[in-house]
Design a protein around this ligand. Structure first.
Ligand code: NAP
Length: 265
């Protein structure tokens, strides 16, 4: 039994398998108690039992379909009232490789709800407690296709661009309030994601990373204070140049007159 003081509760969505299950394991070993969330209760309970046995941490399985408004509201209420919540890992998400010509629009709407709406609402649920306590960590799982948007399904890529932009905005809004925000951009990672997305062969591609390496690098990035962590990107100057370029554009956008290139004056 682990008698160390807890670091508080880390809430990990999509923890029944893949990247979320690795986060749960690593965070339990780092001294967090856990609230693990997904639809597959059997998998959650098995993981909770194993992690409690191995680490002595309290691990609660919270079955919820985050694509269901009532289930999402139940989790939001729990996060709002529980002052022991110290970290939120917004990891649950689904993807697709289908183009707009073949994808089903209702499935796209459900993807937006899970990848964007649920992540946003859960963030709103924890932020008041985090700012009141002057501490808390939010880890939002985006994707490299949030930048390389042409690679997979367009709605999926755009949903992950949202996660990246939302993270930048949170970092601005919550600066100086003791809340850490990290946005993680995994590249191809060997999980069931690819079975759901419709391209199972990606799991065994030579450019695909293990979920364990992905999460270990992402947590190392968190420890270093990175705001955006891209484990597969070898040279972080490449990211700095992209960000510097984006920020340099910001003061140039707003002008009372259109550019002369449109020939209006
Ligand atoms: P995964 O192995 O398919 O795991 C997805 C997790 O989300 C599972 O625990 C699943 O559990 C849960 N989930 C799915 N729909 C849910 C719902 N409606 N309500 C609650 N939980 C739900 O995929 P993964 O690769 O670990 O993905 C984790 C995150 O990484 C996602 O946001 C994904 O977009 C992102 N990502 C993955 C890759 C990659 O190559 N794998 C790359 C970039 C980003 P249940 O089925 O039990 O609900």
């Amino acid at each position: 039994m682990n008698t160390q003081t807890t670091k508080g509760v880390a809430v990990v969505t999509g923890a029944s398998t893949g990247i979320g299950a690795v986060y749960a394991e690593r965070l339990a070993r780092r001294g967090y108690d856990l609230l693990i969330v997904a639809r597959n209760e059997e998998r959650l309970r098995a993981l909770a039992a194993r992690l409690t046995a191995e680490t002595g941490r309290a691990v609660e399985a919270f079955r919820a379909d985050l694509g269901d408004k009532a289930d999402l509201a139940r989790l939001e209420a729990r996060l709002k009232e529980d002052a022991s919540v110290a970290m939120l890992v917004n990891n649950a998400g689904v993807g697709s490789v289908a183009s707009i010509e073949t994808a089903d629009v209702d499935e796209m709407e459900a993807m937006i709800f899970l990848n964007v709406t649920a992540l946003t609402r859960l963030t709103y649920a924890v932020v008041p407690g985090f700012t009141a306590r002057g501490s808390g960590t939010i880890i939002n799982i985006s994707s490299v296709v949030g930048v390389a948007v042409e690679v997979l399904n367009g709605v999926y890529g755009a949903s992950k661009s949202y996660v990246l932009s939302f993270g930048h905005s949170l970092q601005k809004d919550l600066a100086g309030k003791g809340v850490r925000i990290q946005t993680v951009l995994p590249g191809a990672t060997a999980t069931e994601f690819w079975d759901v997305a419709g391209y199972a062969a990606q799991k065994t591609s030579p450019i695909t990373m293990s979920a364990a390496d992905l999460v270990d690098a992402a947590l190392a990035g968190l420890d270093k204070g990175e705001r955006v962590t891209i484990p597969g990107l070898q040279d972080d100057d490449d990211w700095s140049r992209w960000e510097d370029g984006r920020l340099a554009l910001a003061p140039k956008f707003n002008n009372a007159k259109p550019s002369p290139r449109y020939g209006l004056s």
